[in-house]
Design a protein around this ligand. Structure first.
Ligand SMILES: [Zn+2]
Length: 316
């Protein structure tokens, strides 16, 4: 991958053709912005690290280890990291939960903001296992949880090197996957609390990434997104076509109650980029082996393209 920060080269060096080799010319910041490159392998290591930490079930060791991991990474990359803490009663077992959304803020001074989100918790029960005795086991959450976080952690590292000219907030939501099947409102607790506790926060758009790591994944247009934010869906899928991001496909997918829904209800354009056709969903087979750096990289490139588009349209 190219150098992780803009190299300053002299006019003489440029004449010698070195500029072409490094791809960046001193003083041309617009040009430098286009040099942001998403490294799928590096993102994949973030995915593996989360799964290696153990299931991210609130209150468990894997949860605490992963909280420390993402906190360290975001503190060292974001302009500011804030921890949004809130309390909930677990829909699954009625215990009291103290949950945390991680809010990584870039270019805080900008009043034009866009938000990318993913959930960092994982499902405590693999209820889609064929064998009943395995349904009480936790989901490892490589695709369902770790993949979206992995993409955003790599985006954070890229933005630390090349700050966006528009406000970008990367939010890792807690409590997305602690719900009761068949009761959608018991899911997406973190985004609901975030929207409730920040009534004046009105980003231009919200893009949620969920299950964005599976090998061979394809992303149809999720139905709630189409119903609630059709122009944003159109913009994102068109941009995907322009950039040759082949994982986005032009079909209509199932509605998924995910972290975009609380934003839609608050009147904020929000969509969910999700591969809901994963055969390992909510099973113990949701492991890194079934994920790939290539899928993460496609989605990462999409996020970078959206940031770049927002810089062109919102930052003047
Ligand atoms: Zn899930």
């Amino acid at each position: 991958m190219p150098a992780p920060f803009p190299l300053r080269v002299s006019v003489a060096a440029r004449a010698a053709g070195l500029a072409a080799a490094v791809g960046v010319i001193a003083g041309e910041s617009a040009c430098a912005d286009r040099e942001r490159t998403f490294d799928g392998e590096r993102a994949f290591r973030h995915l593996e690290a989360q799964v290696a930490a153990g299931p991210r079930i609130p209150g468990t060791e894997g949860y605490e280890r992963t909280a420390a991991y993402v906190r360290r990474h975001l503190e060292s990359t974001a302009d500011r990291l804030s921890l949004h803490r809130f309390r909930e009663i677990s829909p699954l077992d009625s215990t009291s939960l103290t949950l945390t959304n991680f809010v990584a803020v870039f270019t805080e001074e900008s009043s034009s903001r866009i938000l990318f989100g993913a959930h960092w918790d994982t499902r405590p029960i693999a209820e889609r296992e064929e064998e009943e005795s395995r349904r009480s086991l936790p989901v490892p959450g490589a695709n369902d949880g770790a993949s979206g976080v992995a993409v955003l952690l790599e985006i954070a590292a890229i933005l630390a090197e090349r700050p966006p000219r528009v406000g970008v907030d990367l939010v890792l939501f807690d409590g997305e996957d602690q719900g009761v099947e068949g009761q959608p409102e018991t899911y997406a607790l973190g985004s609901a609390a975030f929207v409730r506790d920040h009534p004046d926060y009105r980003p231009t758009f919200v893009v949620i990434l969920d299950m964005v790591g599976r090998k061979g994944a394809r992303f149809p247009r999720e139905a709630h997104s189409v119903l609630g934010a059709a122009p944003l869906v159109e913009t994102v899928w068109r941009l995907g076509r322009e950039r040759g991001i082949g994982v986005l496909v032009d079909s209509l997918g199932a509605p998924v109650y995910d972290d975009h829904v609380p934003f839609l209800r608050a009147g904020i354009p929000a969509i969910d980029v999700i591969d809901f056709a994963d055969p390992d969903w909510h099973t113990t087979r949701d492991l890194p082996d079934n994920c790939s750096p290539e899928t993460l990289e496609e989605i990462g490139r999409l996020v970078l393209a959206l940031i770049e588009r927002a810089e062109e349209t919102l930052s003047s």
